[in-house]
Design a protein around this ligand. Structure first.
Ligand code: DI6
Ligand code: FE
Length: 409
């Protein structure tokens, strides 16, 4: 068997089992044409494997390339002033209602050129990649008009052209009510459904639609309209749900067969059951929980009991989670939410792939899956969650031996 790359003398955290890390000690892994074609104990390596390139991994640990399944990576401006204001006692709500918050980023993002947006997003992306990330979801939602949303989605798609990474752009038109629709939320929802969604559809390469279901944003009825219109156009759907209050958002997205309900701190037991039934992933965002000094913990025990897959992501955004470290999120998911280190790692591999609908292609080390890999200088995969601020990545590969596909493929 001819293969492009053979990794030997490597411990594998395959993440290909319902629990734990799926460890294979003293393993080997072979890759051809962008896919994993063999893996197992090195002692069982078939004698006919003939690699173009062979690498000794010196007993380091290989994991699936990490997946950040929830980011808002493309924006302009800074909200550090709001960070400071919150520490002087102002709340996220108050700041948002006074025209700060998401809308201040919208103003800066509308004014920025595509090149400026691309340059700043690239710097953030590079930080993620330096930790072993190989797939990144990127939401729009700081434009809120057709031209700026399309500009941001284009920037997101094209980020994947400059560096080996897979990008999944998501349209988040229903993120906030822009100033030109102030106090006319329903009219803005009409605009999103009738004008913005078709424009995003014809742009192409955008695979999902998201909305912000919250008292300070859109009601469940308004989100339902956006998501149903999106589904009619063939988009997958997901939802920012139950972050600051229980609006029934997670139940709504489960009912619509959505990929994921994200945040989910206030999600009720009934909504958890609905998520279990529909296979909707709970995307945990401990960076936002931490930054807003929230108290309400997501219902982790119920997710476990009902078998709802849990993913973990950065939510990288300028307001509530200014963070480009997915590894720090592993630590926070453990310390703040009580995930085990194995659950946290599954949250950025196997379950993050599921949250993007690519569980058959990525998120595990298994024969036939994409050869997106990360090699770490660690003693054990639990180290990835236990440490803060360390960067143990030695090397990452995206689709070895194949051209990296264009966004959303
Ligand atoms: N939830 C979030 O965590 C971000 N958006 C959202 O819907 C916050 C975005 C921001 O404050 O800029
Ligand atoms: Fe978010």
């Amino acid at each position: 068997m001819n293969v492009d790359l053979l990794l030997r003398n490597v411990h594998l955290a395959t993440m290909d089992s319902a629990e734990g890390y799926g460890e294979i000690l003293n393993g080997a892994l072979a890759v051809h044409a962008g896919r994993i074609v063999w893996l197992g104990p090195d002692s069982k390596l078939p004698p006919d494997v003939r690699p173009t390139e062979e690498a000794d991994c010196f007993g380091h640990w290989l994991t699936p390339g990490l997946i950040d399944c929830h980011t808002h990576l493309v924006w302009a401006g800074s909200r550090a002033n709001e960070f400071e204001a919150r520490l002087h006692g102002r709340s996220y709500h108050e700041i948002a209602e006074a025209g700060g918050g998401i809308l201040s980023t919208v103003q800066a993002t509308r004014a920025a050129s595509a090149d400026e947006l691309s340059d700043s997003a690239y710097l953030r992306l590079r930080e993620l990649l330096a930790e072993g990330v190989t797939t990144v979801e990127i939401k729009s939602g700081y434009g809120l008009d057709v031209a700026t949303e399309v500009k941001c989605l284009r920037v997101a798609k094209e980020l994947g052209g400059s560096v080996p990474v897979r990008i999944h752009p998501t349209f988040l038109g229903a993120h906030a009510i822009p100033p030109e629709f102030a106090r006319r939320a329903d009219a803005y929802v009409d605009f999103v459904c009738e004008k913005a969604l078709p424009a995003v559809k014809s742009l192409g390469g955008v695979d999902a639609v998201d909305a912000f279901c919250e008292t300070i944003a859109f009601s469940p009825a308004q989100c339902r309209r956006v998501l149903e219109a999106a589904r009619k156009l063939g988009f997958a759907v997901k939802l920012h749900a139950d972050q600051l209050s229980d609006s029934g958002g997670a139940g709504l997205i489960a009912e619509l067969g959505g990929l994921s309900a994200d945040h989910v701190e206030y999600t009720s037991p009934g909504s958890v059951r609905a998520m279990a039934k529909s296979g909707t992933v709970a995307v945990l965002l401990p960076g936002a929980f931490y930054s807003l000094r929230e108290r309400q913990l997501p219902p982790i025990a119920e997710f476990r009991a009902q078998g709802v897959p849990m993913a973990v992501a950065t939510d990288c955004n300028p307001g509530t989670s200014p963070c480009t470290s997915l590894l720090l999120m592993l630590n926070m998911a453990c310390v703040l939410f009580g995930l085990t280190p194995a659950e946290a790692l599954a949250g950025v591999t196997r379950n993050a792939a599921r949250a993007l609908g690519v569980q058959d292609r990525r998120g595990r080390l298994a024969i036939g899956l994409d050869a997106d890999l990360a090699l770490f200088d660690i003693d054990h995969p639990r180290d990835l969650s236990a440490f803060m601020g360390r960067r143990p990545l030695l090397r990452r590969w995206v689709a070895v031996g194949a051209r990296v596909p264009s966004p959303a493929s």
